[in-house]
Write a protein that binds this ligand. Structure first.
Ligand code: HEM
Ligand code: HEM
Length: 348
């Protein structure tokens, strides 16, 4: 959050040309998506470990405030992807550097062109939902849930500062963990290539994921009773948690249906999600490291803490996501989700 604010205030002060603005937009959109990803992976993991909380989280996503957030998130992903592609292509083609300005303008135009039909389709889902006079979670529920995440993130940051302080006391503040043997170190060159290669690989994965969760179906379909499940054909009605229909109308069953769907014994969507999880988490948290270490240059204590936070945060998120992917969702979980849904929608 501090990194986001510093980026914005410093840019307003500097007032650069399109290159400066596309750098800022790339940074702000990347940070926004990392923040969402953290909430999202923990949320999806709830469906396995605390089914009622995933049900609550999806109801929160359906609140009007988050509907605005969903449009902003989509714009962030589309801009960041196109601009990232521009960076990856131009970095490997120095003879094209003279076209940087035009390329940055094309990225902006491309984003607008992609977002117009996307927003029209997403808005259609919103209208459909509002035509059915829906009920929403109340504001205290929403604040409580967000507070839980904010406290978790603040506690992780405090622990990172503490660990960095301890390291400084024992090992001294001379060693700079983020730079290693200089910014041109082999490790940093590896990360430089990784950011470009992973970025390009993420494009089809994240766009495919968003197409299912935003376009083919919307966020409002995740807990719709008797709705079909995106990417899962309708099958044997006896297999309640793998028949392609959301019988219970819970977001927990939605995840179970997708993760239980097998093609020749292979859990296609679990593998897809595992690839998405690995690439976006490592890319996103290494990107976060670039940003936070940029703003903590002058303090070895804070710079080390920032690196710990990104490293441990990224690994922890990967572990949570993988454990969820390896877990099972049974009928008891679905029952708990049904109760949670009834509870959160009945709170006056
Ligand atoms: C959709 C495909 C994506 C592409 C093509 C892409 C590409 C890139 C590229 C080329 C960079 C610059 C790396 C550098 O300066 O060395 C970057 C930075 C970054 N990316 Fe991505 N990325 C994508 C998705 C994501 C996602 C899903 C997230 C969040 C989970 C994310 C978060 C970041 C962050 C925080 C930075 C650092 C920005 C900075 O240093 O100012 N990116 N991305
Ligand atoms: C509001 C938009 C989104 C919705 C409604 C949504 C919905 C979902 C749902 C229902 C799942 C559960 C499994 C599945 O259906 O495949 C899931 C998993 C996942 N999503 Fe999203 N998604 C959204 C945006 C994103 C974005 C932008 C990213 C990447 C930056 C992302 C990354 C992931 C990952 C990594 C998983 C797997 C989590 C795990 O392994 O535990 N999602 N998403």
């Amino acid at each position: 959050m501090t990194a986001l604010v510093t980026t914005l205030t410093e840019t307003m002060r500097y007032r650069g040309a399109i290159g400066q603005w596309s750098w800022v937009l790339h940074r702000v959109t990347g940070l926004g998506v990392v923040l969402f990803l953290t909430l999202h992976v923990i949320g999806v993991a709830y469906s396995v470990f605390y089914p009622g909380l995933w049900e609550e989280e999806v109801l929160i996503y359906q609140h009007p405030i988050f509907t605005i957030g969903e449009f902003v998130l989509t714009a962030c992903v589309v801009y960041h992807a196109l601009n990232g592609l521009r960076i990856a292509i131009l970095d490997s083609r120095p003879h094209l550097w003279k076209f940087q300005k035009q390329a940055a303008t094309y990225v902006l135009l491309g984003t607008i062109v992609l977002l117009i039909p996307t927003f029209i389709i997403m808005f259609g889902h919103v209208l459909n939902h509002y035509n059915e006079s829906p009920t929403f979670v109340d504001i205290p529920t929403l604040i409580n849930a967000m507070l839980r995440f904010a406290i978790g993130i603040a506690a992780a940051a405090a622990l990172a500062v503490l660990a960095s302080g301890l390291y400084g006391l024992i090992g001294g503040n001379q060693q700079d963990v983020t730079v290693g043997k200089g910014t041109g170190s082999r490790m940093e060159r590896f990360w430089w290539s990784f950011m470009r290669i992973s970025g390009v690989l993420i494009i089809p994965l994240v766009f495919g994921h968003l197409a299912i969760a935003h376009l083919v179906q919307g966020v409002f379909d995740l807990n719709m009773a008797n709705a079909t499940i995106g990417g899962v054909p309708i099958a044997d009605a006896g297999a309640i948690l793998a028949n392609g229909i959301n019988n219970s109308g819970t977001a927990v069953e939605y995840v179970a249906e997708r993760w239980n769907f097998l093609i020749a014994g292979v859990a296609l969507w679990r593998i897809y999600d595992a690839a998405l999880l690995a690439l976006v988490t490592v890319h996103g948290f290494n990107g976060l490291r670039y940003v936070v270490t940029d703003y903590t240059m002058s303090s070895p204590l804070m710079r080390r803490a920032a690196t710990y936070l990104c490293f441990i945060g990224g690994v922890a998120l990967l572990v949570v996501g993988v454990l969820a992917l390896l877990g099972t969702i049974d009928t008891t979980a679905v029952q708990l989700a049904e109760e949670a849904k009834a509870h959160f929608l009945s709170v006056p």
